[in-house]
Design a protein around this ligand. Structure first.
Ligand code: FAD
Length: 615
């Protein structure tokens, strides 16, 4: 094959997964082409104008530990920042921000188009070429003619492959509203025996700000001390902005009511979902309003957040009100809600169906099992959400670069990150509906908190060469400072109610914090982040220890690697069925194998004995 040009890595798709994939790859010293349908639409937010939320906010900070871009972008262009679940324990807290989606897009367009060794190519990736007689990537075809030679390809096509939009009983092909779908690439997958399944997602109408009666609605302001997502944005070395540093915009709250529910019920047969037009499976955790009315029959009202899409524009996003009702019924439905009696719809709500390749086709490195050098990330893997996409993009991008450089691939574990939890869930269990992250998906959630991603992951990021020496040193110093203070408080004694106890034990009392110690004349740390970590470590020490003990065995299994060329049929004590399952899933560690459906503890012991023998 004659090629027009050559890059080390080609990333297909300039969405949230593609951006992180391209920028992570480039940091590892390779030359990247980012092919996307529209250069000006890089980083578009087709649904909610927000970043973060439960578990998702933690993922964004994990991306930050690898010096990713999403956290920096949202710190720059956020309209409102909040820490969710502050009344609950530290394991379930998470930062969330409203984004100015136009500024977010501009930020990402600018970043991707001004990064050295990253070339943005506008066009449609129409085919992928393999090396002759080998299941290994060799190149990519753009617009049916231009050919790029490459060593690795990352596919992040979002909702575009065979995309089909539904508005009530109308349907038409599209990748997103007003954007054409990509219909050629599915042929490549069909030709190479990959299964393709249909998933769906939906988005609400956008409302004209000037037609809403704001005076009757509840105001929802941002936090006084807003949380940020990046450890590297000002003030560096903290997860919080300074008070007053951000000019925040409020959101507003309203509710659906009996009349709204009546309108929806009377027109259910006209929705794309219940009328039978959509066959794809939708996101259970981000359901349409008709889904909520059917599934939570009897619930008198559902909350709706009215969120600005930009600082100065007129478009409002009604969070909680996505629907596939016909447009004329949408007007009636939205206008039945308090404050929206005279609202004008700027754009109708719609649902979209698209092709997904089941993620069980992938190793936890996000490389396909069938084709070397081919990686998948984002919605194309059956997930939903910008953060989930970006987290996968980061890992796929790192591995695409490592593959191009001929180095060992990188694998992020579920006991060290939510990104690891997600990738492990996807690749071991697969998806039967769009996958979204929750803290309950993790057995390590006391450890995988929003306050410590940088401490959990900075060494891993540095070791693979993605975090700079300077940043590594800064975190190392901060980590030392935290540990020094903890040790100091463990050794330092204080007399309370005639009893002498360590300052650390005193700090474990619910009513005591670092401020209390200061009042008692005890030396205290100065940096906000060090204070936060010392306090959390004191308060939850017992719980952390319990969780650690419970998960010790799993961590051990996680550290035992299974060679890629292992012959399971040679292992004594494995049934034929177990051998087949292991051969299909090809787990990369014993921990990974243990989580597969139908793999018993006895089978794990048998593999462990075999691995020791062949060592
Ligand atoms: P995308 O952001 O979709 O990016 C895909 C990129 O690939 C685009 O830049 C496109 O131009 C490019 N592309 C595709 N095919 C090709 C090709 N062949 N060649 C070149 N470029 C190509 N998420 C939620 O969490 N909650 C929701 O309620 C929700 N609702 C949604 C509603 C709608 C209507 C849509 C469209 C999306 C919704 N999402 C929702 C999903 C959210 O948009 C995605 O999770 C996120 O954008 C996925 O990022 P991605 O990088 O995988 O793909």
């Amino acid at each position: 094959m004659v090629y027009d040009t050559e890059f080390d890595v080609v990333v297909i798709g300039g969405g949230h997964a593609g951006i992180e994939a391209a920028l992570a790859s480039v940091k590892l010293g390779v030359k990247i082409a980012l092919i996307t349908l529209d250069k000006e639409k890089i980083g578009v937010m087709p649904c909610n104008p927000s970043i973060g939320g439960i578990a998702k906010g933690i993922v964004v900070r994990e991306i930050d530990a690898f010096d990713g871009e999403m956290p920096k972008a949202i710190d720059k262009v956020g309209l409102q920042y909040k820490m969710l679940n502050t009344r609950k324990g530290p394991a379930v807290r998470s930062p969330r921000a409203q984004a100015d989606k136009e500024e977010y897009r501009k930020y990402m367009v600018n970043k991707t188009q001004n990064t050295e060794n990253l070339t943005v190519i506008e066009g449609e990736a129409t085919d992928i070429f393999l090396k002759e007689n080998l299941n290994e990537v060799e190149g990519v075809e753009v617009d049916g003619e231009y050919k790029i030679k490459t060593k690795s390809v990352v596919i992040t096509t979002g909702t575009f492959l065979d995309g089909l939009i539904h508005i009530g009983d109308k349907k038409f092909p599209a990748g997103r509203m007003d954007e054409k779908p990509a219909n050629k690439l599915p042929q490549f997958y069909k030709r190479h025996g990959f299964p393709l399944v249909r998933f769906k997602t939906g988005t609400p109408a956008r409302l004209d700000k000037n037609t809403i009666n704001w005076s009757v609605l509840e105001e929802a302001p941002g936090d006084e001390i807003p949380p940020k997502f990046s450890f590297w944005t000002e003030p560096v070395g903290s997860y919080f902005f300074k008070k007053g540093q951000k000019d925040q915009v409020p959101c507003y709250i309203t509710y659906t009511n009996e009349k709204t529910h009546e309108i929806i019920k009377n027109n259910l047969h006209r929705t794309a979902l219940y009328g039978g037009a959509i066959t794809g499976v939708g996101p259970r955790y981000c359901p349409s309003i008709e889904d909520k009315i059917v599934k939570f029959e009897g619930k008198p009202r559902h909350t709706v957040w009215l969120e600005p899409e930009t600082r100065d524009g007129i478009s409002i996003y009604p969070n909680g009100l996505s629907t596939s009702l016909p447009e004329e019924i949408q007007w009636e439905m939205y206008r039945s809600i308090k404050g929206l009696e005279n609202v004008v719809l700027l754009k109708p709500a719609y649902a979209i169906e698209y092709d997904v390749v089941p993620p069980t086709e992938l190793y936890p490195t996000l490389e396909t099992k069938k084709i070397k050098g081919l990686f998948h990330a984002g919605n194309f893997n059956g997930t939903t959400g910008y953060e989930e996409a970006a987290g996968q993009g980061l890992i796929a991008g790192i591995n695409a670069a490592l593959r191009a450089l001929g180095k060992e691939l990188f694998y992020i574990r579920r006991d060290e990150s939510y990104i690891g939890v997600m990738i492990d869930d996807l690749t071991t269990k697969g998806v039967i509906e769009p996958y979204r992250l929750f803290t309950s998906r993790s057995e390590y959630r006391l450890y995988l908190r929003q306050d410590n991603p940088i401490l959990r992951l900075y060494k891993r990021a540095y070791d693979i060469g993605i975090l700079s020496e300077e940043k590594y040193k800064l975190v190392k110093e901060i980590e030392k400072e935290i540990n020094d203070w903890i040790n100091y408080y463990k050794n330092e004694k204080i007399k309370i109610d005639d009893k002498t106890i360590s300052v650390f034990s005193y700090l474990q009392r619910p009513e005591v914090n670092i401020e209390t110690l200061k009042e008692k004349g005890i030396k205290t740390p100065e940096k906000d982040y060090v204070i936060e970590e010392v306090e959390i470590n004191a308060k939850y020490e017992g719980y952390f220890e319990k969780e650690r003990r419970l998960n010790e065995k799993m961590r051990h299994l996680e550290s035992i690697k299974i060679p890629k060329d292992i012959d399971y049929s040679k292992i004594a004590g494995l049934t034929k069925e177990v051998v087949q399952k292991l051969e299909k899933a090809r787990p990369i560690t014993l921990g990974h194998a243990a989580r597969l459906e139908g793999i018993t503890p006895a089978a794990i012991t048998a593999i462990m004995i075999y691995l020791k023998k062949i060592k």
